[in-house]
Ligand binder design. Sequence first.
Ligand SMILES: Cc1cc2nc3c(=O)[nH]c(=O)nc-3n(C[C@H](O)[C@H](O)[C@H](O)COP(=O)(O)OP(=O)(O)OC[C@H]3O[C@@H](n4cnc5c(N)ncnc54)[C@H](O)[C@@H]3O)c2cc1C
Length: 370
Amino acid sequence: MESPRYVIIGAGFAGAATAYHLARRGVKDVLILEQERLPGVHSSGRNAAMVRQVVSEPVIAELALKGAAFLRSLPADWPVPVLFQQSGSLLLGGGEGWRKLLKDAEMARRKGIEAEIWSPEKAKERVWVLEDADFEGAVWCPTDGVVDIHALLTGYLKAASACGAEVRYGCSVSGVEVKGGRVTGVQTAGETISAETVINAGGPWAGVIGGLAGVIDAPLRTCRRHLFVSAPLTWVNPTWPFVWDLTHDLYFRPDSGGLLLCPCDQDDMAPGDPPLDDSVAELLAEKIRRFVPKISDIAIKKRWAGLRTLTGDGRFAIGWDPKVKGFFWVAGLGGHGVTTSYSVGELAADLILGGGAEGGGEFSIARFRA
Ligand SMILES: Cc1cc2nc3c(=O)[nH]c(=O)nc-3n(C[C@H](O)[C@H](O)[C@H](O)COP(=O)(O)OP(=O)(O)OC[C@H]3O[C@@H](n4cnc5c(N)ncnc54)[C@H](O)[C@@H]3O)c2cc1C
């Protein structure tokens, strides 16, 4: 590739899915630059792999619905087998949280997402460890599930490469060149690469990359979240759905013969490899004891942490930068970047190829600059 027109910074779900959609539409000159030697080293390889469609933001529900549909029927020429276990989800709520969840379920149904209201008894029948749990009701979404994130990410990248995109690993972008208010390229340790469009898909580093282009006011927060996996447990049924107690911020699902668990911690953290915090294991133990006592007696075998990148209003940041021409954002995917990857990439490609000055509607960058 002589001089790519489109340089994408970051080979996580944001960058990979955007490259896939651009390449699939016949765009040949797409170059992805990834600082790590492999894809999925950061958020895209460290998440809980859950595909969840019942959410509070209507625009995210729409992207999630489309994203889940894509996983159910991958294109015939998809280059990598991707296991999507459509085991469903049970979202639990109590008090104010339950009333909010009922509204979310109603909104989800209007969008075409299956969302049934279950009594606590019915939920406990499906997942018996909820027996002593305290909740007013559950929302059952049968089309949710768990996806093989590494296979999915590899699939986007391979499919993009098959259509002519190039991925360079171990290639960190250290500068974004802007001349006369328009991007002209990026700098790496070894060279300056000219480009008409620079796509910021840097995940937790998106704010830093914005800064390289002179955009210093990106309203993005990076927050650490820990995940834990128990030793194998004979009583776990591998067909259980993922269970998310939204009132007490705790989720678990079958994984590796045991359970994957998360106490939904959220601490602001600089981009990078987040350090582990022992107190979060205590928080998890405390939440389990109080809210799902039947699973109190588990040994944790493995834990890790990743960063979620959040915007102030919970919606994503997808669109052209209003100040720097040719600089495009696909960032702030929060806790939905796996589920919505297909549709986020599609929306990004629509806006990039549409050539609009701002675009992105509810996800636009301009909304932060009002
Ligand atoms: C604990 C946890 C649980 C989660 N669970 C779920 C879930 O169950 N379901 C779901 O849908 N979502 C979940 N998420 C959210 C999901 O993981 C993210 O939304 C998604 O991975 C974000 O993808 P990304 O491409 O924006 O970021 P990343 O995957 O972080 O990709 C950004 C890439 O940019 C690269 N990069 C950065 N700076 C540069 C530079 N200067 N030069 C070159 N490359 C650079 C990085 O190395 C990185 O690979 C979870 C997240 C966490 C942390």
